[in-house]
Ligand binder design. Structure first.
Ligand SMILES: [Cu+2]
Length: 119
């Protein structure tokens, strides 16, 4: 094979790869700060991400992609939520309608912790 062509092809692949990463970073940044709807995934008995900042009136979808049942809750002066048992493959929505910093915890797994800052 022509060496120059191989070099050009590798450069093109690199440019495309960097472009994909830049796009992914942009999309995830938008997701982290978007009002409206954000998804947090539960895997390996943890929240992913485990720190998130959202605009007021955002609904966070909690998608249980774990092999375990979870049962999540928020306890605070302004935002309170207590879910039923959440079996794998299901999603629970929690609205965050007040400014502040909140902790989402799991009754079943005390080490599970998500910090949500709403502003
Ligand atoms: Cu749990």
């Amino acid at each position: 094979m022509d060496n120059k062509l191989t070099g050009d092809t590798m450069l093109l692949k690199r440019v495309v790869y960097i472009g994909i990463i830049a796009l992914a970073v942009t999309i995830s940044t938008i997701a982290a700060f978007a009002s409206g709807e954000v998804t947090v995934v539960q895997t390996n008995r943890s929240f992913n991400p485990d720190v998130i900042e959202v605009a007021k009136d955002t609904i966070i979808h909690f998608a249980n992609e774990d092999e375990f049942i979870h049962q999540i809750y928020v306890k605070s002066d302004t935002t309170n939520f207590d879910s039923a048992e959440q079996v794998p493959g299901t999603t629970i929505d929690i609205p965050f309608n007040a400014d502040g910093t909140f902790e989402v915890r799991c009754h079943i797994h005390p080490k599970m912790r998500l910090t949500v800052t709403v502003k």
